[in-house]
Design a protein around this ligand. Sequence first.
Ligand SMILES: CC(C)(COP(=O)(O)OP(=O)(O)OC[C@H]1O[C@@H](n2cnc3c(N)ncnc32)[C@H](O)[C@@H]1OP(=O)(O)O)[C@@H](O)C(=O)NCCC(=O)NCCS
Length: 385
Amino acid sequence: MLTQKPTINYGLEGIYVDESAISKVDGQNGRLWYRGYSIEELADKSNFEEVSYLLIYGKLPTKTEFDEFVMKLKDRTGLPDEVKRVIRKMAPIAHPMDIMRTATSMLVMYDKDPNNRDLESTVDKIITLLAKLPSIAAAIGRFREKKRYIEPDSSLNLSENFLYMLTGRRPNKFEGKLIDLMFILHAEHSTNASTFSVLVTASTLADVYAATTTGIGTLKGPLHGGADEAALNMIKAIGDPDNTEKYIEEALEGKQKIMGFGHRVYKAYDPRAKLVRSYLEESLIKEPTDEVRRLLQIALRAEKLMIEKLGKSKGIWPNIDFLAGPLYRVLGIDSKLFTPIFVASRMSGWGSHIVEYWNNNKLVRPLEYYTGPLDVPYKPIELRQ
Ligand SMILES: CC(C)(COP(=O)(O)OP(=O)(O)OC[C@H]1O[C@@H](n2cnc3c(N)ncnc32)[C@H](O)[C@@H]1OP(=O)(O)O)[C@@H](O)C(=O)NCCC(=O)NCCS
């Protein structure tokens, strides 16, 4: 038995739990690579399908491999009727992330061999989830507004199809670029809370659907995936661009955390946020609605102030969640759907990590230091007060 309290790394801060060749986050310099390719280059030249292939298989696809991968995805974007029915039933009462979790969990019913962990079968399940999660997110958005389900359009890529299934309108080139960018930027981010929880479940040799469902539960929290919705709520609460500085100064004086700023790993400007920022500026030029113009202006003013106040002095910089919300609003997407979109994109990262982890599986079982009493005498219920 330990007589001295061991060193405890609360929140696993600073603890390496595995090796991985999937992505590298350089928190000090604000850099991110997927399989060695810089996020800036992928955002500029690639697309979500190709990035997903790269993450899962560890290499860029040839033309034939890419076409085959895309074909499989397109074949699977439709949703089973039972899943649609459950989404419709939950839509008026549940948070979209709760619906996302339930609908994703249901997909195991349609897999004839859910426990098969062969590489080919695992990747096949991941492709199914990659294809269906955007459709689930879109269906949640439709049913929340009491609108009918829209069947997928196989002429569109995965992210554009999501926007089409959500709005009923095929996106223009700029909108298509924006939504694909968001899918690429959210695809992977090393072993953060949700990816770690996916791996904890995968390490027990539970199936891919169970692991993914765990990840969705973890991503829901406002300290992780839910920060984008929380950040937009704050931007909306600021209301008028001229209130920005006063609102933030008062919040900081009251020791409140400003959602969408700070990061456990990035102590520099989040490179994904930088990419989003450039598109926010471009969106402002494109004559957005009054509501969106205000949100964009508030976001850019808050970003400037926070950098001056906390950026260089405390290493608290904007993260992608702060700027993602206003960009989604440019696309007319409701804030309640931000985190479900994050799920749909992160599926490629979670899937890649499952594949990598099962190459060398080890059950995750950390320790805790017990501080309670021992050998307490049991008292029958009648004698307790
Ligand atoms: C992401 C986050 C949890 C990482 O934080 P962490 O490494 O655990 O660091 P802590 O929460 O302990 O914060 C360290 C210090 O910075 C401050 N800080 C961190 N994030 C801050 C924020 N967004 N606004 C104001 N102050 C912040 C804390 O108050 C604390 O100050 P103190 O030392 O005076 O007590 C944290 O920055 C946060 O809560 N951000 C807001 C939520 C968010 O955007 N999450 C998405 C991450 S991608």
